[in-house]
Ligand binder design. Structure first.
Ligand code: MG
Ligand code: ZN
Length: 248
């Protein structure tokens, strides 16, 4: 159960489409709108603060186990000496991921959401205060592994990156359309494992584009480095592009 977004009824096998009527009444919807409205206001403040400090904030979203932390560690190593980086890590418990990031030399702050299953804009404002990233950093935000409610929470990021690995189902984009509809980039990770799996890349991309026709997709392996240069180029392009604070 998520203590912040009241999203406990979004979890489980049946999904939002099969919610019992009593959990989707007007009171619940009003509560969600109030929470999201407050979050959006804080996210706008974050976005303005990031722009003022020259920070490029990227919100990384995925299921647990897609390889986000490995992707980030390799990205930080590749950017070392070129761009300063800093990381906010979100998990329900432990500081395992922030510890792994710090081993690369980049500063990292771990947020533990406890019962919560997403990051929100207020958590990010607090974490950035602790992190104090150097001006002009790429600020990576690794969201809690969850393809559902993190999609609803704007953190003030410049762009959203959804990471899907080939060890997951190729039909994820249609099962979790909100996540893919609001993404600015999709990364298909762990492509080195494709020979061992029944994962239909073309089918997956077709489903992603049905939800978000303009969604670019990069196929890469964070462990072998295949396809990694295109990801670094995408970051560099975002870094130099004017940030319009378009929101989602
Ligand atoms: Mg992680
Ligand atoms: Zn949640």
């Amino acid at each position: 159960m998520c203590g912040t977004c009241n999203c406990d009824h979004h979890h489980g096998e049946t999904g939002p489409a099969a919610l019992p009527l009593e959990t989707t009444g007007p009171r619940t919807i009003r509560l969600e709108q109030a929470i999201l409205g407050r979050n959006d206001a804080l996210a706008a403040q974050n976005r303005a603060a990031f722009d003022a400090q020259g920070l490029l904030a990227l919100n990384l979203l995925s299921s647990p186990g897609s390889g986000k932390t490995t992707l980030l560690c390799e990205t930080i190593r590749a950017l070392a000496g070129r761009l300063p980086t800093a990381v906010i890590e979100g998990d329900q418990e432990t500081s395992f991921d922030a510890d792994r990031i710090r081993e690369t030399g980049a500063p990292a702050v771990q947020i533990n959401t406890g019962k919560g299953c997403h990051l929100d804009a207020a958590m990010i404002a607090d974490a950035v205060g602790q992190l104090a990233p150097v001006r002009g950093s790429v600020l990576f935000i690794e969201n809690v592994g969850n393809l559902v409610c993190p999609a609803a929470f704007d953190l003030g990021e410049a762009a959203r990156v959804v990471v899907l690995s080939v060890t997951e189902g190729d039909d994820k984009p249609l099962k979790y359309p909100d996540m893919f509809a609001h993404a600015d980039l999709m990364i298909l990770n762990k492509i080195d494992l494709l020979p061992y799996l029944r994962f239909d890349v073309a089918r997956c991309l077709e489903m992603a584009r049905r939800v978000n026709p303009a969604l670019p997709c990069l196929q890469l392996s964070a462990t072998t480095g295949e396809g990694f240069d295109a990801w670094l180029d995408w970051i560099a392009h975002q870094y130099t592009a004017p940030r319009c604070g378009a929101g989602h």
